[in-house]
Write a protein that binds this ligand. Structure first.
Ligand code: G1P
Ligand code: ZN
Length: 543
C-alpha cells in the first residue's frame, strides 16, 4: 500500500455555508474536489494523526464513494481509529451521539440535509468537533482559508473497505470499526424518554404515522417506533432509504411532506403525524387536523419537557435562532430561566449547550434538539412529543389550545423566494441595510416600526462576534419581519422572509394564519419591494 501525495490546485467556492459545504453532486464528483476539501478539513483541525473519528452520512448518491475517499485520506495521514456506520450510514444526530459516546476527536458527516439527492442533485460534507457539534465559525473559517491555498493532498492507494457488516477491519495502519448505526442512538432515546408510557399510549389505540421520506430515519423509526414502542406495523411510511430519496425533496414541512399533511387533515386521520429530513435532524409535527409550527413546537416542548424522565429536573435555559418566533421566550420568561437568541445555524447553540446555559434549542426551519447531542434531532422531537402526549392524555389540538390560552399565540410563517439571481438578492439586502437608520417611527400597512437592525450576535461564552446575520424589523404591536439570504442553497440566492404577529392570551387565538399575518406581509412588501427585486408575485415556498 502506498501513500500518494497528489498535486492539486485550489478550487474556488469551497466556503462552508450554514451547515458544511453543499454543492451539486457532480461538482463534488469532479477530480480533486472532494479530496481538496477533506484535506483542508484535516489541515484546519491540526491533522488526524493518532485521532479517533466518526464517519457516516445520509446515504444519498455518492455517499458510498465519498466514504472510501475519506477513509483512504485519513489512513494516509495517520488516523488511529475510524468508527463508521454500516454502509457508511449514520443520521446526523446518531453521528453526533457517537462522537460524544466514543470520546472521538470529531467526525465527518456526509449530507446535504433536506436538499434533494441524486447525481444531478446535491451532496454535502461537514465536520463536527469533539463535542459532537458542527465546527465552530473559527474552524470553518480556517477550513475555507486552507481551500484557497492547498496544493497537495495525501491518500492511500488501496482497496475499498468492506463496510457492509459490523466488525473490525484495517486499512494500512488504521483500524476501522463498522458499527450498527441505530443501536447506540436507540439506547440514548430509551434513557431520555418514558418508553413504558409511550408504549401504553400506542397500544391503547393511539395511532401514529411517521413519514421517513425515503431518507435516513426510516430504519431508525422502524426500530424505535414499531419494534421497541409497539406502534402498529406500517406506522412508519416511506421507510426505505433511497440514494435519490425517491426523487423527492426530503424536507419535512407542509409543502414537501404534502402526503402526510393530506392524511392528517383528512377523514379518519391518525392521532399524531411526523416526518424527518434527509439526514434525520429535522422534524415536522402534526396532530389530527392541526399543523404545529416548529416555533410553537419548541415552545410547547420547553413548557412540558419536565414530563420526560431525561428532563425531570427542568431546563437550564432555552435558545432559539433569531428568525424563530418568540413563543419560546414567553415560556422561558414564565419559568424564570435563561433565553438566548442566536444566528441561524445549529453551530451557534454548541457553546450554550456545552456551558450548561441552555437545555433545549430550536429553529423555525423544523429543527429542535437538546443537550443530549450537539445537533438538532428529528426523532428525538417526535419522542418528546409522544412522551408529553402520553403524560398529559390530551390531543395535539388540546395541547396547542391550552398553550396559546396560557402564553398567547405567535402567528408565524416563512416565505422563501428561491433561485433569485444573486445580484438582485444582494441589492435587496443592501438597500435594506442602507435604510435601517431611518425606519424607526415610520408606518407601513398600519404598523409602526419600533426598531430595525442587522442582527449581530455576541457569543456569551467565547466572546466572538457574528455580524450581518439578518435584517430585523420589529413593530410597536409586537409583530416582526426578518429577512436574510440562505446559506445552504446551491443555486442563485434564496431570500427568506420570516413573518410573525403576536396575539396576547386574551386576544384572537383562532385566526387563519394568512389572515393574521396579512398586514405583516403587506408591510414587508412595502419596505423591501420584494416583487420588484425578485421578479416574483408570490413566494416559491411558504412554510
Ligand atoms: C437553513 C435553515 C437553518 C438551518 C440550516 C441547516 O439554513 O434556515 O435554520 O440551520 O438550513 O439545516 P439557511 O438556508 O436559511 O441558511
Ligand atoms: Zn438535516
Amino acid at each position: 500500500m502506498t501513500i500518494n501525495t497528489v498535486q492539486t490546485t485550489a478550487i474556488e467556492g469551497q466556503k462552508p455555508g450554514t451547515s458544511g459545504l453543499r454543492k451539486k453532486t457532480r461538482v463534488f464528483m469532479q477530480p480533486h474536489y472532494l479530496e481538496n476539501f477533506v484535506q483542508s478539513i484535516i489541515d484546519a483541525i491540526g491533522g488526524v494523526k493518532g485521532k479517533t473519528l466518526i464517519l457516516g452520512g445520509d446515504g444519498r448518491f455518492f455517499n458510498d464513494r465519498a466514504a472510501q475517499v475519506i477513509l483512504r485520506m485519513c489512513a494516509a495521514q495517520g488516523a488511529k481509529h475510524m468508527i463508521v456506520g454500516k454502509d457508511a450510514i449514520l443520521s446526523t444526530p446518531a453521528a453526533s451521539n457517537l462522537i460524544r459516546k466514543r470520546n472521538a476527536d470529531g467526525g465527518f458527516i456526509m449530507s446535504a440535509s433536506h436538499n434533494p439527492g441524486g447525481e444531478t442533485e446535491d451532496f454535502g460534507l461537514k465536520f463536527n468537533g469533539a463535542n459532537g457539534g458542527p465546527a465552530t465559525e473559527g474552524v470553518t473559517d480556517k477550513i475555507f482559508e486552507r481551500t484557497k491555498e492547498i496544493n497537495t493532498y495525501r491518500i492511500l492507494e488501496t482497496h475499498d473497505a468492506d463496510l457492509s457488516a459490523p466488525g473490525k477491519l484495517t486499512m494500512g495502519e488504521m483500524e476501522i470499526e463498522v458499527v450498527d448505526p441505530i443501536a447506540d442512538y436507540a439506547t440514548l432515546m430509551e434513557q431520555l424518554f418514558d418508553f413504558d408510557a409511550i408504549r401504553s399510549l400506542l397500544q391503547g389505540g393511539f395511532r401514529i404515522r411517521f413519514d421517513a421520506m425515503h431518507a435516513v430515519t426510516g430504519p431508525y423509526a422502524r426500530e424505535i417506533l414499531e419494534n421497541r414502542l409497539g406502534a402498529a406495523a406500517g406506522s412508519v411510511v416511506n421507510a426505505k432509504p433511497l440514494p435519490d430519496f425517491g426523487g423527492g425533496h426530503p424536507d419535512p414541512n407542509p409543502v414537501w411532506a404534502k402526503d402526510l399533511m393530506e392524511v392528517m387533515m383528512g377523514q379518519d386521520a391518525p392521532d399524531f403525524g411526523a416526518a424527518s429530513d434527509g439526514d434525520g435532524d429535522r422534524n415536522m409535527i402534526v396532530g389530527r387536523g392541526i399543523y404545529v409550527t416548529p416555533s410553537d413546537s419548541l415552545a410547547v416542548l420547553a413548557a412540558n419537557a419536565h414530563l420526560a424522565p431525561g428532563y425531570q429536573a427542568g431546563l437550564s435555559g432555552i435558545a432559539r435562532s433569531m428568525p424563530t418566533s418568540r413563543a419560546a421566550d414567553l415560556v422561558a420568561e414564565k419559568a424564570g430561566i435563561g433565553c438566548f437568541e442566536t444566528p441561524t445555524g445549529w453551530k451557534f447553540f454548541g457553546n450554550l449547550l456545552d456551558a450548561g446555559k441552555a437545555t433545549l434549542c430550536g429553529e423555525e426551519s423544523a429543527g429542535t434538539g437538546s443537550d443530549h447531542v450537539r445537533e438538532k434531532d428529528g426523532l428525538w422531537a417526535v419522542l418528546l412529543w409522544l412522551n408529553i402526549l402520553a403524560a398529559k392524555k390530551q390531543s395535539v389540538q388540546e395541547i396547542m389550545q391550552a398553550h396559546w390560552a396560557e402564553y398567547g399565540r405567535n402567528y408565524y410563517s416563512r416565505h422563501d423566494y428561491e433561485a433569485v439571481p444573486t445580484e438582485h438578492a444582494n441589492a435587496l439586502v443592501e438597500r435594506l441595510r442602507g435604510m435601517l437608520g431611518e425606519l424607526q417611527g415610520q408606518v407601513f400597512a398600519g404598523l409602526t416600526v419600533e426598531s430595525a437592525d442587522d442582527f449581530e450576535y455576541n457569543d456569551p461564552i467565547d466572546g466572538s462576534t457574528s455580524s450581518r446575520q439578518g435584517i430585523r424589523i420589529v413593530f410597536a404591536d409586537g409583530s416582526r419581519i426578518v429577512m436574510r439570504l440562505s446559506g445552504t442553497g446551491t443555486e442563485g440566492a434564496t431570500l427568506r422572509v420570516y413573518l410573525e404577529r403576536y396575539q396576547r392570551a386574551d386576544g384572537h387565538l383562532d385566526l387563519a394564519v394568512d389572515d393574521a399575518l396579512a398586514p405583516v406581509v403587506k408591510a414587508a412588501e412595502e419596505i423591501a419591494q420584494i416583487q420588484k427585486y425578485t421578479g416574483r408575485d408570490e413566494p416559491d415556498v411558504t412554510t
